[in-house]
Design a protein around this ligand. Structure first.
Ligand code: CTP
Ligand code: ZN
Length: 164
């Protein structure tokens, strides 16, 4: 039995699917478990005006399980979303206008990452009370490895999600 509630969810006995949106941005194929980190990167708190829908552990043909985020009424620019590549290198950004996908892009890793994650070295100047913005260089893309501009500390892929 399918229970269709317009604009909210379609429920059936085995699946829960999030509705299509009219206008906005869909961030799809987020590595499962990282949807909330993605919201944090985008600065989406509980106090935004847009309608934001978060899907977690949604079955995906290619990824097994994935997370997704739909932001209505807002078209995110690629620079805004590229930081997502730190957590979800396979995420895709879909721009939706009048229910149609008008643009689809994969996230790209920026060369330099400012003020997004904390250095894992507690003694790093970027972790002190000094007004210093954290800065990392991408040392290697696959597997991801970041190098701190200030102390040279290397953060490996598995260390990165903890530093948001
Ligand atoms: N989507 C949406 N609202 C729309 C159109 C699309 O929320 N009006 C969502 C879809 O649910 C999907 C994503 O945007 O999560 C991309 O849509 P589409 O390209 O139609 O889906 P796929 O072909 O499955 O995409 P991909 O090939 O990237 O997996
Ligand atoms: Zn450092």
């Amino acid at each position: 039995m399918t229970n269709r509630i317009h604009g909210v969810v379609n429920l059936s006995e085995t699946t829960l699917r999030v509705s299509k949106i009219k206008d906005g941005t869909v961030i799809d194929h987020i590595t499962a478990g990282h949807a909330l980190d993605v919201l944090k990167i985008l600065g989406i708190t509980g106090r935004v005006n847009s309608v934001v829908t978060v899907g977690m552990n949604v079955p995906s043909k290619t990824l097994g399980l994935k997370d997704m985020v739909k932001i209505e009424g807002r078209e995110l620019k690629s620079e805004e979303v590229d930081k997502i590549a730190l957590l979800a290198p396979h995420a895709s950004i879909n721009i939706i206008r009048n229910y149609k996908v008008v643009d689809k892009q994969l996230v790209r890793l920026p060369e330099v990452i400012h003020d997004t994650i904390k250095c894992a070295n507690p003694a790093c100047i970027s972790n002190s009370n000094e007004p210093v913005q954290s800065t990392f260089y991408v040392d290697n893309e696959e597997p991801l490895r970041l190098r701190c501009h200030y102390c040279g500390y290397i953060m490996e892929k598995q260390d990165i999600p903890k530093q948001f």
